[in-house]
Ligand binder design. Structure first.
Ligand code: ADP
Length: 493
């Protein structure tokens, strides 16, 4: 060996040593392959894959994951053919047989004749970052799946669905809402209510409601009517609900709106019908009652016991029917807001004496105790308060066994008059009580006892109109006490 080639050899050794030191300092795996990749001369696995110091030919089965054999083979073929760098991300088999990922790069060492003598490679363990990527990818797919689900639901309903940010801008609108506006998503999203065609009063109302939902973190519900471009005046029922972030703060307001125009129209038709029928029934009933009163008078003179009893029973039935019809008329006037109060002063004692007389006449099946009442004047709509007490009494009779006792009592507390009717009847389950005063609500178990479920609703409305309260305490099997309160002088001149 001449001096020159000795020097070259020394330089190569020195460079290899420096390179080796550099590679050892990295966490990457290093390998050397024969020119045709059939032999692996050396592999340092850095604890990630197992090392080999001797030349091996089964490197592929030892290190590469079977599913990536083809991929690796093709990349090698190309690299050899092009004499260019080999570069590939592929799966590997770890010593514990779990799957890992490496990013492998190998550079061909080319001799003076331009032939590859061997390959020198570095492989980086990218298992962790690959896992993170895979995780991100599966999260992305899951989010997209969820979005598809929500979009499908939201876009297949005729209800309007939308979300506002805290600056009252729409950040979501479903297809039904976009169609109602006649806008595409891009033109409507990011815009406020005014920009999307709402009138000023309407936009301001919703902005106030958004503020309220934000402040209270509670949903609100409202009804609004406004003209639709094609279908004319429509009525909408809407709910705004807070969207709460992970810290418990309101981050947006989601809303749904339902067109209830048809429901409202049907309700109106039903109310009109009910009111018309009641009026029509009232005329013949008044005539009938008049004739019965007349017969009662004559029957008394004829002193025929059987006829007298029959006439009196007919009078009772006619009065009950009259009070039912009044119930209907009241209901429809309440619903249409045409219920007026005629309040004046009346004497409580005289008032309850009348009720006692009427009650004893109507119900011979039960006993009644009318407790002494305070001698006071009450300022209220007398006819309506009669209805409340009469309703409590007729219910007490209806829902308690024959010959049991009903007690009617009054007391005054804090400028309020409390009036109650207690019975010894079947009582009411605790879970039924909150629904009892709702319109058309009837306790299921009592469906064999005739009733319409409007009496207590009307009582509640009448008492609320007087700024009083209604309630009931009850013990199933023992009896109930229905009560109401009235401010003694509310609205008095
Ligand atoms: P209804 O015409 O059905 O009596 P109401 O509105 O007067 O309608 O009463 C509603 C329901 O409340 C009744 O169906 C009945 O189940 C229950 N209820 C009312 N009063 C009493 C009572 N005194 N005892 C037991 N249940 C009662």
């Amino acid at each position: 060996m001449n001096n020159k080639s000795q020097k070259v050899a020394q330089n190569i050794i020195a460079t290899e040593q420096q390179l080796g030191a550099l590679l050892n300092a990295t966490a990457d795996m290093i390998y050397r392959m024969s020119a045709d990749w059939t032999q692996m001369h050396q592999f340092e696995g850095k604890g990630i894959l197992s090392d080999t110091q001797i030349s091996i030919s089964d490197w592929r089965t030892r290190y590469v994951h079977p599913k990536d054999y083809d991929k690796v083979d093709r990349a090698i073929e190309q690299a050899i053919a092009n004499k260019k760098i080999f570069q590939l991300e592929h799966r590997v088999l770890k010593p514990d047989q779990t799957v890992g990922w490496t990013f492998s790069r190998a550079i061909p060492i080319i001799d003076e004749q331009g032939e590859i003598t061997e390959w020198f490679g570095v492989a980086t363990d990218i298992t962790d970052s690959r896992r993170i990527l895979e995780h991100l990818e599966s999260s992305r797919l899951e989010i997209e799946r969820q979005k598809r689900l929500i979009d499908t639901i939201a876009n297949s309903t005729p209800d309007l669905m939308y979300v506002f940010d805290l600056d009252y801008k729409f950040i979501y609108a479903n297809q039904a809402l976009l169609s109602m506006w006649g806008k595409i998503w891009e033109a409507a999203i990011g815009k406020g209510l005014l920009d999307n065609g709402y009138e000023v009063w309407h936009a301001e109302m919703h902005e106030r409601e958004i503020d309220q939902v934000r402040a209270t973190k509670k949903p609100i519900r409202g009804e609004v009517s406004f003209p639709h471009a094609v279908f004319g005046e429509r009525v909408y029922d809407y709910i705004f609900t807070p969207v709460i972030d992970e810290h418990g703060n309101v981050e947006a307001i989601a809303g749904t709106t339902r067109d209830i125009t048809e429901i409202k129209r049907n309700e109106q038709r039903k109310n009109d019908f009910m009111s018309m029928v009641s009026h029509e029934l009232k005329t013949p009933l008044t005539a009938l009652s008049g004739y019965l009163d007349f017969m009662n008078l004559k029957g008394g003179l004829a002193s025929d016991n059987v006829i007298e009893k029959a006439v009196q029973q007919s009078i009772k039935q006619a009065r009950k029917m009259n009070s039912m019809i009044n119930g209907f008329l009241n209901l429809s006037s309440l619903e249409t807001g045409k219920s007026y109060m005629i309040k004046k002063y009346f004497d409580l004692t005289a008032f309850l004496d009348e009720i006692e007389e009427e009650t004893r006449f109507l119900y011979s099946t039960h006993q009644f105790i009318f407790e002494p009442v305070p001698a006071i004047q009450v300022f209220a709509d007398k006819e309506k308060i009669v209805q409340v007490i009469a309703n409590f009494i007729s219910n007490g009779v209806k829902y308690s066994p024959l010959h049991t006792t009903l007690t009617i009592s009054c007391r005054i507390e804090n400028d309020m008059l409390y009036l109650s009717v207690s019975d010894e009847g079947m009582g009411i389950g605790e879970d039924e009580i909150p629904k009892l005063f709702d319109r058309f609500y009837r306790v299921q178990a009592n469906h064999l006892i005739a009733g319409l479920g409007i009496g207590l609703y009307i009582c509640k409305e009448i008492v609320l109109d007087h700024r009083g309260e209604v309630g009931v305490t009850s013990e199933p099997g023992k009896g109930s006490t229905f009560w109401f309160s009235l401010p003694l002088t509310f609205g008095a001149p």
